[in-house]
Design a protein around this ligand. Sequence first.
Ligand SMILES: Cc1ncc(COP(=O)(O)O)c(C=O)c1O
Length: 466
Amino acid sequence: MDVYASLVDAVGGTPLVRLNRVTGALTAPVFAKLEYVNPGGSVKDRAAVAMVDAAEEAGLLRPGGTVVEGTSGNTGAGLAMVAAQRGYRCVFAIPDKSSGEKIALLRAYGAEVVVCPSGVPREHPDHVHETAARIAAETPGAWHADQYDNPANPLAHYRGTGPEIWRQTEGRVTHLVAGVGTGGTITGTGEYLKEVSDGRVTVVGADPEASVYSGGDGRPYFVESIGHFVHPETVEDLWPSSYHPPVVDRFETIPDRESLLTARRLAREEGLLAGGSAGTAVAAALRIAAGLGPDDLVVVLLPDSGRNYLSKVHDDGWLRRWGFLDSDGALPSVGDARITAVGPHVRPTDTVEESLATARKAGLLDGDTVLVTTVALRPDRPVMAPEVIGAVSAERLRAAVESGTARGGDPVASHAAPALPLVGRGESAAAALAALEEQAAEAAVVLLDGKVHGVVGRSALRTAMG
Ligand SMILES: Cc1ncc(COP(=O)(O)O)c(C=O)c1O
């Protein structure tokens, strides 16, 4: 048995476990590296320890100092664990997209947490990164870990994760599959494995479908901590320097539904309780393995535990609410009701006149709902639930112009009602109706795979219930 002088020494050395059931008839072995076994609960323990060590060595972090970081949660947990041991104070900026469990976890370690809005451009003062940088600048004795641009982050994987995988597979690994958040994991691990194998290891990035890393349009997505989202109003889209794009030989782009349902399958079929980004990585690994044979060996990284997401990825109610899980057929569902198509989406800055023209061009019937969304650059792309900021019908707009309460040149957002309630297509019709009644709304936006699918009214739900 290994005995450690400090918890920090127990970081790394995680198990490599063969997947046996989700792999079905595949002949190429797929091994999962269980990074959630790290003492702080995720792969980010490795980067956290390495960054603190480097900062102490460089004299940037001194006794009594404060560790500051912008984090989706896991780097914060790793840093908080080290800080608790070494007597540093911690302040973390975390996006409101991160699960409640992650926020509670940071507070459990004694950290201070500032929750920041997810849907703001990179330059906005409330953006996670801007918030962390400001707190660090304003706090005496503070050190900003800055995992996105800290060379100690990829180096931790070059020195730890990569050599471990090489040793554990006795040099037989042929493919590495991992998600890309800051890029530290895939960069350090991938560069090491390529070097040690004389370039025989293929590095595969597992990316959310919408992420710009793999060429997506940067719209929002539901999997946390990986990929790269770009707010439409972001002026300069900066990529982290912890990520070295040439390390990735190819990408597999995975839709949210496939990521989330793969994470669910891992728990139910393999007993591996992991997070959504592990679902993305395993979904990509299964696709890659389908084209390989018994002489290949795929290693896929599972970054964190499903315990971080018991209220999200691993909650059937949450999955159904966002349209990721279909009805189990036991009760009439929203999908059984008459769902009306949503009119074309308009930008909040479009004028009332322009919005009415858009509605007319689309041949909208009176009373159809025109949604106002935050999509400023590409209103033609699929609209994700978080992008909907309000709703208005063509009929209401026309009436407002006729009665003089709206002028043709007003921005449509100033005449839109708050966004309609959201219901998932797989939810029971009774639960959706109850939600509408509770919120005193006549209609709800129906979601499928986290995207706007249509609108359903109370009477349509009642009819479906029979
Ligand atoms: C759950 C989870 N998955 C994946 C990643 C991505 O790892 P990296 O930042 O090394 O690219 C992170 C990083 O925070 C994470 O927390």
